[in-house]
Design a protein around this ligand. Structure first.
Ligand code: V47
Length: 358
């Protein structure tokens, strides 16, 4: 099959199937793939590219999951193992220059903290920063909170929403392949539970994101099946805002001895493939931290309409050798989007448009 068949389907508004996605991945015509994905992006969001003034908080690096792709986690007795108190979290947010619109909170699965710590964290942020969206906790954390509190997913999500949670990030999905899960993250929840958490969140009006971790031991077929599962899930529950493909950074991980970081062509192809397969996702993010600002900028011509945010200090990818800066100034972000030929739109966590930079 050739790319022109894929292009015809896209032009006719038909969803791509497994074989179409395989054709895209097997093609070397990167520019054509980008052109088709960019056309889809224009249909969805015209010439707009979104960014957010945000701050990442990683409340602890102590984690019982011990995934083999992760360089961020600690067991707890190392010198650099940490857990932040709720007061420290509030202070860290207060230090950021005024105007941030989103805090993005994720952390390890801590062995001893109980659920009240997480509720107190969200309540304190909500009380101190009433105008900031709180995008917090992956489905993996929600599952863990349910275990430590003996509450159901619904009860956990409802309590967090009542405390002030607005939306959830897309992490913890990795690749929904049982084979890869058993090898690299056997302690992490499988697709069935990840999707259940997201479905319940959507039913409570908590929008979420979704991710794919690629560039390790996964096959093309496993990537495509991951995307198709997400598309079916979105058809059902309609609460996903954005999809973010994350390229594996191998440094300081057990996998780093045998696996090299994927190259730019693969990153751009997966970005475009995501835009083409996930026809029911409003947004695709070129996450500049993982891609680098330069490849992230090019990613805007491969179907992405979002570049994430200012972040302040990113820790997870940098623990694994990311060479990108720890954060990015608002002006740089605007410059990057404008110079790629798009109109920068400052957004909040829910994609409400706050300011247009013509
Ligand atoms: O789930 C961990 C990944 C994720 C490595 O929702 C790694 O807007 C590459 O999900 N190399 C967390 N990736 C980050 C995440 C995210 C980031 C930005 C925006 C959003 C959003 C979500 O990072 C983890 C895991 O898949 N990860 N270690 C690594 N060595």
């Amino acid at each position: 099959m050739s790319l022109s068949v894929v292009e015809e389907k896209i032009n006719a508004g038909e969803p791509l199937n497994f074989n179409d996605a395989k054709t895209v991945l097997e093609s070397n015509n990167l520019i054509k793939i980008g052109e088709i994905a960019r056309r889809v992006k224009f249909k969805k969001s015209s010439n707009k590219v979104y960014f957010v003034l945000n701050k990442h908080i990683n409340y602890t690096n102590i984690c019982v999951s011990k995934c083999k792709f992760c360089a961020f986690y600690r067991n707890g007795d190392e010198k650099d193992a940490y857990i932040m108190s709720v007061d420290e979290i509030v202070d860290e947010i207060a230090k950021v220059p005024k105007g941030i619109k989103e805090v993005h909170i994720v952390g390890g699965l801590h062995p001893t903290k109980d659920f009240s710590y997480y509720i107190d964290m969200i309540k304190a942020i909500r009380e101190n920063f009433p105008d900031i969206d709180i995008k917090a906790f992956t489905a993996v954390e929600i599952d863990y909170f349910s275990k430590i509190s003996t509450m159901s997913y619904s009860e956990v999500l409802k309590s967090l929403k009542d405390a002030g949670l607005n939306s959830m990030p897309g992490g913890g999905a990795e690749v929904f392949s049982q084979r890869v899960r058993e090898k690299l993250y056997p302690n992490k929840i499988p697709y069935e539970k990840w999707s259940e958490v997201h479905k319940i969140a959507h039913s409570y009006g908590i929008p979420t994101n979704a991710t794919l971790l690629f560039g390790h031991i996964e096959t093309d077929d496993e990537i495509i099946n991951h995307l198709l599962k997400l598309r079916n899930l979105q058809d059902e529950s309609k609460g996903f805002l954005c999809f973010i493909p994350l390229s594996f950074h191998p440094d300081n991980t057990p996998l780093g001895l045998t696996i090299k970081k994927v190259d730019a062509v693969r990153e751009l192809k997966i970005l475009a493939l995501s835009r083409l397969v996930l026809n029911n996702f409003p947004h695709i993010k070129a996450y500049w931290v993982m891609l680098s600002p330069k490849i992230g900028q090019i990613g805007l011509h491969f179907g992405a309409d979002d570049i994430d945010g200012t972040i302040d200090v990113e820790r997870i990818t940098h623990a694994a050798g990311a060479k990108s800066p720890l954060g990015m100034a608002k002006d740089n972000m605007i410059h990057l989007i404008k110079n790629a030929g798009f109109v920068p739109i400052e957004r909040d966590a829910l994609y409400n448009e706050l300011e247009i930079f013509q």
